[in-house]
Design a protein around this ligand. Structure first.
Ligand code: SF4
Length: 86
């Protein structure tokens, strides 16, 4: 079936699916961009006063953080440090 402009229902569905897929990719990229820059939380590659990233509630093994962007050392530290509970 074609509409007045010659576009079939299948073409319209395909276009709609591509728009949804594009929006999903953009949303994922935006979520990753929402992490805080290391400079803003004074990230350093060394522990501070015995506190280090792999003891923090935001730590993601092996080298990432839930809230700070970029590669994170397990021995690093930043001002957003929050000790793991338990
Ligand atoms: S100390 Fe900072 S960079 Fe390290 S895991 Fe915690 S929040 Fe992330």
């Amino acid at each position: 079936m074609q509409n007045r402009n010659g576009a079939s229902r299948r073409d319209m569905l395909r276009s709609g699916m591509m728009i949804v897929a594009g929006a999903t990719v953009a949303s994922t990229a935006r979520a990753q961009d929402e992490k805080i820059a290391q400079e803003l939380v004074q990230y350093q590659n060394e522990p501070k006063d015995g506190q280090k990233c792999n003891m923090c509630a935001q730590w993601v093994d092996p080298n990432a953080c839930k809230i700070v962007a970029g590669k994170i050392s397990p021995n690093g530290y930043c001002v957003a440090y929050a000790p793991k509970e338990g």
